[in-house]
Design a protein around this ligand. Structure first.
Ligand code: PHE
Length: 367
């Protein structure tokens, strides 16, 4: 690489030769500058105050020149400065242009390519149905609460007035967490078999009056088939106040059925039994497919069974009595509705497994 020579010969011819050599070095180095970084090195090499080429020319040529040559040397050295500055400036413009061009090449966008398609998600039919059911009750002034899916025996059974030997407490019917034999029965953990334990949790948290719906996931030790799944969903309801009667329960559920399935459906209440309600009822609504005449969906009965309900059993209030639930002063009703069943009826789904297999071809139909 070029370096500024010391001069011994100060004749005009020797000075011309030295200047030519320097300018040709300047030109060829400038020509090699291809990026901003290279340009900065080039600039510093030629223009740096300390040891740059121009500084060296000043030291080695002008300062070193004998007195009689100083004038001539000074003139040539002065002419060099603008030439070097011009070369540096021009090189910068080129380097910048080259950089921009290579960036343009690298970032080139083909605007004729098709766009990136983002698949649109859809609300799962079970979630959508849950929201719809909750919406019907919210419109009647209910709030929404949730509870844990892993529950204790106490909330799932004991505080709901299940007797000690009730078959639901057997591992044949309920999925218990393993390795809890050492714990007292009421503390043993299980996958809740219904959303009713959240009735107790709500009444522990909140004094009456209460109007709440509780959507959630539940588990039962069942073999899967077209109408059974070991995991499914319920929306629980609870209303507690002074003077609540069975006709409030009937009116509320009749309205909810009509809101969900159409104003022409009728509801039917049949006596039933749950440990935590008394009296209890099984509710059906008139078949939306045959209008009650009898068809395959309603198994020729004209009715579709959908939920269990009843008046909150005074024994249940005893568990939360100290929080304002004196059974002599308050009364209430509760209900529990299967969500998956409602989704299947509303969307004409004939196999409950479809809801949980995660097949996108099935799910995207609800977008
Ligand atoms: N928990 C009951 C079940 O899962 C349904 C129910 C809820 C019944 C509330 C009465 C009151 O079958």
């Amino acid at each position: 690489m070029y370096s500024v020579p010391k001069l011994a010969d100060w004749s005009a011819a020797a000075l011309d030769a030295a200047v030519r050599e320097l300018l040709s070095a300047l030109e060829s180095e400038a020509a090699q500058v291809a990026s901003e970084a290279e340009w900065r090195m080039f600039r510093d090499r030629w223009l740096a105050r300390k040891n740059g080429m121009l500084t060296q020319v000043n030291d080695l040529w002008l300062k070193a020149a004998p007195a009689e040559a100083k004038r001539e040397v000074g003139r040539r050295v002065n002419e060099l400065k603008p030439l070097v500055e011009q070369a540096v400036e021009a090189a910068q413009a080129r380097a910048h242009g080259a950089g921009a061009k290579s960036r343009l090449d690298a970032e080139r966008v083909d605007v004729t390519l098709p766009g990136v398609q983002r698949p649109l998600g859809a609300e799962h039919p079970v979630i959508r149905t849950m929201n719809e059911i909750c919406g019907v009750f919210r419109a009647m002034g209910y709030s929404v609460a949730e509870g844990p899916e892993i529950e204790s025996d106490y909330y799932n059974f004991e505080a709901l007035n299940f007797p000690a030997e009730h078959p639901a407490r057997d591992t044949q019917d309920t999925i218990f967490l393993a390795g809890q034999e050492a714990k007292p029965a009421r503390e043993r953990l299980l996958l809740r078999t219904h959303t009713s334990p959240v009735q107790i949790r709500t009444m522990q948290r909140q004094k009456p009056p209460v109007r709440v719906v509780i959507p959630g996931k539940i588990h039962r030790h069942d073999a899967p088939d077209a109408s059974h799944s070991p995991m499914f969903h319920q929306v629980e309801g609870l209303a507690v106040d002074t003077g609540i009667t069975f006709s409030d329960l009937k009116g509320t559920l009749d309205h909810a059925m009509k809101a969900l399935f159409g104003s022409s459906v009728k509801t039917r209440f049949q006596p039933s039994f749950f440990p935590f309600t008394e009296p209890s009822a099984e509710v059906a609504f008139s078949c939306i497919f045959c209008g009650g005449k009898g068809c395959r969906t309603c198994k020729q009965s004209g009715w579709i069974e959908l939920l269990g309900c009843g008046m909150v059993d005074p024994n249940v209030f005893e568990f939360v009595r100290e929080n304002g639930y004196d059974p002599a002063k308050v009364s209430g009703f509760a209900f529990g509705m299967g969500v998956d069943r409602v989704a299947m009826l509303k969307y004409g789904i004939d196999d409950i497994q479809l809801l949980f297999q995660g097949d996108v071809r099935f799910l995207e139909q609800f977008g």
